[in-house]
Design a protein around this ligand. Sequence first.
Ligand code: SF4
Length: 411
Amino acid sequence: MSELQEQFEKLGHTITPFGEITDAVLINTCTVTREADADCRKIIRRAQKISPDAFIGVMGCYAQLRSDEISSIDGVDAIFGNEEKYYIPELIGNFKKRNQLGIYVGKLEHIEFHGASSSDNHNHTRMVLKIQDGCDYVCTYCTIPAARGGSRSMKFDDLRNKLLALNQTDFYEVVLSGVNLGEYKAPTGENFTDVIKLIDSLDLKLRFRISSIEPNLVKPELLDVVSRSKKMCPHFHIPLQSGSPEILRLMKRRYKLEIFTNLVQNIKSNIPDCCIGVDIITGFPGETDSHFQETYNLLNELPVSYLHVFTYSKRDGTAASEYPNEVPYPVKIERTHKLRALSDIKKNEFYTSQISKIKTVIPERYDESTGLWQGMTENYVKAFFQNHNQNSLVKVKLLRQELNSVIAEVV
Ligand code: SF4
């Protein structure tokens, strides 16, 4: 449950799902791409249509950076920045529709860490736990540091207590998350490797997954601790963004290409069954056909397991938005499609390499038409299997691959 949700429930409010008629709507926004901004505007208009008499508050990253755009949308009563959103009841008093728009967006200079955790699947078996927020990097395409502020982290003692509390719930898996998770630094000095050591030192039934971590932050000690851990899932998701040294330099990423290629090889030699996902951006300004081909060839050759491919979109206020040599939209899209097709190939190769292995799955969803459960193995293989013992970890043997999944049997 998010800190905000908890705060409202304590004040006696009832939280209803989006789409129901209600007295007040609070919309938490994202601004990572142009499409995200457009989606936020659509959702605000939809909320207005569903509950025309409701107080409508808009908060989060888009609100932090573009309160001017939001204020032009009819029906919005208040806009809250990323720090102010934690003080909404104090700021506005009551949730009555207002005659005048209130804008509560301050600078993000001394922003505190606010924890959040939420279920990320329908069956409430996997929990996402935010332990770090904000970012001190200056990647030239990214609005997040401006929208979220500098890096800050959950206190180490709070983390210990949170882990022990989560262990008492029905969740089986915790995804450790943050904007730049590898930069975790507790006020008492502990770093992200210490977080993994803490997890291993506690008597927990939970398994843990790292949401995403920058390549320069997977230091040998961290890789060593993860590879020996009994609780960490063998799965890394690493934002590479481009396989061209020239484009990485323009993006002001904090690593050379060799860091990434060596890392992938090291992960595979330490943890052979490890799943490695990679984020890539296509169509960054100045990305020529030959830069793109470098990216494609690199990912084709490396033992990575899947790609998350994003098409570059220009964000006002970023350094890259001023760069020359924009890539035409159709070219960006074509590159995105090529890499998504490569991702399917890589995923199927990875899944094939896992056939006959015994893995542990958390049943997440039941499909009535097939009578099969779906769940992810510790190394992120999507498996379908027959299961009668619904709420538990299940050991399965991976039998055969089908498109983007594996059929398994309980052992
Ligand atoms: S590390 Fe991630 S969040 Fe930070 S500036 Fe770069 S892309 Fe943005």
